[in-house]
Design a protein. Structure first.
Length: 168
């Protein structure tokens, strides 16, 4: 009888170990040439936003897992020359929206050889509660991208897995 309880407990522990909080999977950001590694099945959407002096369709996919929001967004500028200005505007709008103070920026290379800017910031949500964020901003031709995590507690492992899973 004691052995049966032990086997039952061992089976129960094995089953709970098979349901991770972050269930990473490859997701294609259609119609972009970007594949992202996300910890949950993403929702998809699009909306029109002002970017680089014109209304632009911003495509998004994202999900919530492990106490964090993971999102990838992209938009097409009219030409490659506008991509840099669009990314600068996008980064500034994101940081202003979260009322971020003193963000830290550093270079990052996305798989496929594209150079990105990694931005680490702390700010506040719309309800005033604190939020941490890490984001990548990059472009390929006229298409601009943002990959971002928002969380109350953001771990290095969470960010590294997400960002290293981006591929063009």
């Amino acid at each position: 009888m004691r052995r049966m309880r032990f086997l039952y407990l061992a089976a129960l522990l094995a089953l709970t170990a098979c349901s991770p909080e972050l269930n990473w999977r490859d997701v294609r950001a259609e119609p972009a040439a970007l594949t992202a590694l996300l910890p949950c099945k993403p929702d998809r959407g699009a909306r029109v936003v002002p970017l680089a002096g014109r209304d632009t369709t911003l495509n998004m996919l994202g999900c919530d897992a492990g106490g964090a929001t993971f999102a990838v967004a992209f938009a097409d500028t009219t030409d490659s020359a506008q991509a840099s200005a669009a990314l600068t505007q996008w980064r500034a709008a994101t940081l202003a929206n979260m009322r971020a103070g003193a963000p830290v920026e550093q270079p990052f290379t996305v798989a496929g050889g594209v150079t990105a800017v990694r931005v680490v910031a702390a700010g506040s949500r719309a309800d005033g509660k604190p939020v941490l964020s890490q984001a990548l901003y990059f472009s390929q031709g006229p298409r601009v991208y943002q990959a971002v995590i928002y969380a109350d507690k953001l771990t290095a492992e969470m960010a590294e897995t997400f960002f290293s899973g981006l591929r063009l």
